[in-house]
Design a protein around this ligand. Sequence first.
Ligand code: DLL
Length: 432
Amino acid sequence: MQNYFQPEIECASPEAIRKIQDERLVKTVKRLYDNVPYYKKKMDDKGVAPADIKSINDLKKLPFITKADLRDAYPYGLLAVPLHDCVRIHSTSGTTGKRVIAFYTQHDLDLWSDCCARSIVAAGGTKDDVIHVGYGYGLFTGGMGINGGSHRVGCLTLPVSSGNTERQIQFMTDLGSTILCCTPSYAEYLAETINEMGIKDQIKLKAGIFGAEAWSEEMRQHLEESLGIKAYDIYGLTEIIGPGVSFDCSEQTGMHINEDHFIAEIINPDTGEVLPEGSKGELVFSCIDKEAFPLLRYRTRDICVLSREKCSCGRTLIKMAKPMGRSDDMLIIRGVNVFPSQIETVLLGYGLSANYQIIVDRVNHSDTLEVAVEMNPEMFSDTVKEIENREKILMEKLKNMLGIAAKVTLRAPKSMTRSEGKAVRVIDKRKI
Ligand code: DLL
């Protein structure tokens, strides 16, 4: 039995969802204005009062919140409840400055579990499943978030966390894991190891729920084939709640956003202007049902497209396309915008592995782009001439995709570091 499908919300009419959003937004704005001096100041500076926000039509009147605001207000400045009402924190990795800390009340954790439960059920999960959680546990939201959803659905939950690949596979075979949850790059590593060990027939996996980093359709196809599963995408960010902000359904053509909790907008990242549905731009989220840390109009920096097209799964929740990547991951090379996911599409489309690295440098005042990628074991027996030929073909394909030249180096199988969490794909030597 799929015991966490909530058709009254997930399949509600757009008008019914609108009504929930209107009510919750108005309440949240008032609560923040009254309780969070940082918000009050931001709204006062923009000349907007709580009474000006009567429905989601007025959302655009509110100021944006950016990562810089979170750093300014660190650690308690955006907390909207007394600290003694909070029961948990999570945090971003803080590679580029101060960590961001997100606070949760019990209500927030329950809401989050609901979101993740919806994601698991949409991937075919039921209480008969064994969920293998290979996302990191700890400050990172991945492990604990999916864990909460898995309990909510009633699955047997294996909190394996990331790393120790052999132990992961041992549990997978001994306990018959049916749904694997981890980053797509770690799933690639697990798939590679399982196939090398020749034990694919001992694995009972039927589905994967992969997210926390950008991954291409080609990678989805590769994971589905190499693990014999259906691979579902899941999206989220610490600032908003963690995994489960949106999730793939059986149609796999975009992730349904949990709109009863989060309102999505797409804006022009340069001007802040709200763009019509179907436009590509920066994704912005407002949390309308959280207690402790409900950010309004938070700029995610993820580049994405929203669509309300009818979905064959029956859900009416708006869908977001696979994010192309973060605007801050976007490389500007010789004036051209390049997303790592475009490069991944070319490499995997050619049948190569997802073990690749993008190296950008500046030589004689000009940017250079090099893509190093591992060959498949079958290609390794190619002659030098054949390998050079493959490199030439790939350079041509990359030029067509990106509009600029890239050098391609095919490396020996197993020569590049595997990722156990979020993969680091880009080395930008211009910044070193
Ligand atoms: O990565 C939360 C998460 C955990 C999502 C597990 C899914 C599964 P952060 O560490 O705060 O939170 O990183 C958030 O990761 O803004 C995106 O740039 C990226 N991201 C997350 N999910 C996806 C996805 C978690 N499915 C940042 N596709 C976000 C593309 C994703 N990018």
